[in-house]
Design a protein around this ligand. Structure first.
Ligand code: GLC
Length: 649
């Protein structure tokens, strides 16, 4: 919407900065003018009543202009290329891997030499787990940042990170890092000043003189780490105040009701953008707004702030997409893509945490009905945005799907969840899995699950028992889980070590900085001698590596797998099988996954319920041609196996 005062003001600011509005800065200027009204409106929504709103709004505009001026030429070119492509992140040609640089290869300096390993696997997108300064022993795997701009010397230097980014750009690879938006380490400069009693910085956090308000907040705020960091406030003896610490006691929640905090963090967003980050992972966005009397999660203002970030990023670094790490209820996750006028204009990508958990549900129960029951919500994702799909990551598995999906599948929700927890912690007699419960809440008995992909699929136990059948089945499970993750739509993000069959690593128990957090059991230190076995035919490492390689190369080959909101779930008439159709233009691919220990029989009728009836299919996974039979005939899928069936002439 045109607003003379606002637009004139912006125009003058750009002039003052010496921008060449009709020449090289024209695209930026156009984007800024186009988004200004939205930026102002969103800003007003949150900060409209703040006494310093005008001066801080000017600061925000300055931040955007400065970001553009500092954007390196190579990235400006890259922005244009990406804009021409449209939503580049929907592509079926992108597959990622998430890794801790120190545990993967010692440090950032060694990373460029490891890109060939990733290329060989087919991975062309890297999520570096946090590398910015974070106090050892109180780091939450790097998510307690004490300096947002200084690479921690444990990992290397900023120059090392820049060198890696340059090499990746030259090799057409994409890079993702985190911005830990919700909190800082208690050793961050702002927190230190707050501890020393500086009221300006005390206002950067939620600080209280006594327990009155903390007690009121605590009544409605769920605990995130109830075992290791119960409650949501920590006493700070230096200034004799209570500070809000939703995660660990050493992670101080930032106060976004203060626009100075927003401006400072937006500046950090641009600092990362100008390093050449392709996707910025916004850590824990659900938590960034707090309000007494609420759970302090998923509040409307959190969405407004994310939208504001998105509109600003679109102006000064349009090539950088935003990923919202909102691991919340399915209906809530969806809102991170934006709603109303902002549908598709908030985060570009979100974790499909629901689907991930549903696959683990189906694997434990050999029953895909809960998965199917939950799909209605997931299909509401707007066109133009996409999922980050994953089987495992550095975090625990939360069974965050709705009780109603469990009930719809005919189970008792409490008993069902209890079974899943017992199954994956290996307590249930029928379970081949070796994992552990994470963050058990003694009040609610809620718990999440830790464990590596391989161990949760039964490989660790099968190896201990030297049981060839169970080894074979666990390998199949690993591959099938990854296959569904690769074909369901979205960017698959592998977790390092999973491609080479790493089982749980219990050495974290000997490190006091880690022993309180069993998520470290599935964050391996890579042993490159073991990884060489990925090249030795017949080893477990090779079987899993080469299967992962094949999945990625098939994904790249089959264009219909790109996420164009082109997924239809099948009714496989068999509760052990999950199946969907991916269709676009005149291409159709049926993907079916058998979650059972026995062969599954699928009536050919299942293939005839969605448009033109196919006659001939090509199974890309099993490399064979298949003819569609009569309704009383069956497609047979091996135990824990799958088919990727393309309709052919
Ligand atoms: C995110 C991270 C997790 C971390 C938390 C707090 O959920 O993935 O590892 O503990 O944020 O920063």
């Amino acid at each position: 919407m045109y607003n003379y005062t606002l637009h004139n003001h912006i125009h003058l600011s750009c002039k003052q900065h010496g921008l060449d509005l009709n020449g090289k800065d024209n695209l930026f200027y156009t984007r800024l003018i186009a988004n200004t009204a939205a930026i102002r409106e969103l800003y007003e929504e949150v900060y409209g009543k703040h006494p310093q709103k005008e001066i801080l709004f000017d600061g925000l505009i300055e931040t955007i202009i400065k970001a553009h001026k500092e954007r390196p030429t190579a990235l400006l070119k890259q922005d244009n290329k990406k804009e021409e492509k449209g939503n580049w992140f929907l592509s079926n040609e992108i597959t990622g891997m998430s890794l801790y640089v120190d545990r993967f290869c010692g440090g950032l300096k060694n990373m460029p030499a490891k890109l060939s390993y990733l290329n060989n696997l087919g991975v062309n997108f890297l999520h570096l787990m946090p590398v910015f300064q974070s106090p050892e022993g109180e780091s939450d795997g790097g998510y307690a940042v004490s300096d947002f701009r200084k690479v921690d010397e444990r990992f290397g230097t900023l120059e090392d990170l820049q060198a890696l980014q340059k090499k990746m750009l030259a090799e057409n690879m994409y890079l993702m890092i985190d911005i830990v938006l919700n909190h800082t380490s208690h050793l961050h400069e702002w927190a230190m000043k707050a501890k020393q009693g500086d009221p300006v910085y005390q206002d950067y956090f939620y600080m209280y003189d006594d327990r009155t308000l903390p007690d009121q907040f605590d009544q409605n705020m769920p605990e995130i780490f109830p075992e290791s960091s119960p409650g949501s406030f920590t006493y700070v003896p230096e200034c004799k105040k209570w500070v809000m610490t939703v995660f660990h006691h050493y992670q101080w929640d930032l106060n976004y009701a203060n626009p100075a905090v927003f401006n400072a963090m937006l500046d950090t967003v641009f600092f990362y953008a100008n390093l050449g980050i392709d996707i910025l992972r916004i850590d824990a966005p659900a938590f960034i707004w707090k309000q007494l009397g609420t759970s302090c999660q998923n509040l409307p203002q959190a969405h407004t702030l994310l939208r504001l970030i998105k509109q600003c990023v679109q102006v000064a670094s349009p090539g950088m997409a935003l990923l919202g790490e909102a691991i919340v209820a399915p209906k809530e996750i969806m809102k991170y893509f934006g709603t109303g006028n902002y549908t598709g204009r908030e985060c570009d990508v979100a974790y499909n945490a629901t689907q991930m958990a549903l696959q683990w549900d189906a694997l434990a129960t050999s029953d895909t009905r809960v998965m199917l029951a939950a799909q209605y919500d997931l299909l509401q994702k707007p066109f133009g945005s996409t999922w980050l799909t994953y089987t495992r990551c550095h975090d625990d598995i939360g069974l965050g799907f709705e009780d109603s999906s469990i009930t719809a599948a005919g189970f008792n929700a409490y008993e069902h969840r209890k079974f899943l927890k017992e199954y994956y912690s290996g307590v249930h007699p029928s379970s081949p899995a070796k994992g552990a419960l994470f963050s058990i809440n003694p009040k609610t008995q809620d718990a999440r699950i830790s464990g590596s992909l391989a161990s949760l699929c039964g490989l660790e136990k099968a190896l201990e028992q030297n049981d060839p059948l169970e080894i074979e089945l666990s390998v199949r499970k690993i591959i099938m889980m990854q296959a569904q993750t690769c074909f369901i739509g979205g960017i698959p993000m592998l977790f390092y070590g999973d491609e080479a069959a790493y089982t749980n690593d219990y050495s974290y128990l000997n490190d006091p900085g880690k022993s309180y957090d069993n998520r470290w059991m599935h964050r391996p230190v890579i042993d490159w001698v073991k990884n060489q076995r990925t090249e030795v035919k017949g080893t477990i490492e090779e079987k899993i590596f080469s299967a992962t390689q094949k999945l990625i190369s098939l994904r790249k080959k089959i264009s219909v797998i790109a996420d164009r909101k082109n997924l239809t779930w099948l009714t496989p008439h068999n509760i052990h099988v999950a199946g969907f159709l991916r269709a676009w233009d005149n291409k159709k691919v049926y993907c079916l996954f058998n979650y059972s220990r026995k062969a599954a029989y699928i009536t050919w009728y299942s293939f005839k319920e969605h448009g033109a009836v196919p006659v001939k299919l090509y199974d890309h996974w099993n490399d064979q041609r298949v003819t569609v039979g009569s309704d009383y005939e069956y497609l047979i899928i091996e135990p824990y196996s799958f088919c990727i069936l393309e309709v052919v002439d």
